[in-house]
Design a protein around this ligand. Structure first.
Ligand code: GAL
Length: 132
């Protein structure tokens, strides 16, 4: 950690990223960023001290408003393995955790092809990353 990978060709509708890993027992937080240069198009930030997954974007060096609503509650926990699936669609990212749809995130940075970096940092151990 941190984990960084290039997404060759950037994103487009139907492209998806699957991450599997493990949350350490003493985890506080980690994040998954999809970036275009200095822009963070999507920040997925599980916070175990707040029991929430914060979603946001950082455009022109400023964080926007946070999405925090989790319709089925917090699906990640300390000490547990997980999988996170991020599907890029035309209007939004669709995100599923452990095979269950969790939230949509409407694109705030619409130049999808420019989103070409995947970054994972914080309290997590990755076991697999697949970009398809
Ligand atoms: C901030 C935090 C950032 C990011 C952001 C998301 O408070 O420092 O790392 O998580 O919230 O809105």
């Amino acid at each position: 950690m941190p984990y960084r990978n290039q997404i060759f060709g950037g994103l487009f509708p139907s492209r998806s990223i699957t991450l599997s890993g493990m949350v350490p027992p003493n985890a506080t937080r980690f994040h998954i960023n999809l970036k275009a240069g200095n822009t963070t198009a999507l920040h997925i930030n599980p916070r175990f001290n707040e029991n929430v997954i914060v979603r946001n974007s950082k455009l022109n060096n400023c964080w926007g408003s946070e999405d925090r609503h989790l319709p089925i509650g917090m699906p990640l926990s300390r000490g547990q393995a997980f999988s996170i699936w991020i599907l890029c669609e035309t209007q939004c990212f669709k995100v599923a955790v452990n095979g269950q749809h969790l939230f949509d995130y409407n694109h705030r940075f619409p130049n999808l092809r420019q989103i070409d970096q995947l970054e994972v940092e914080g309290d997590v151990t990755l076991s697999g990353v697949q970009i398809s």
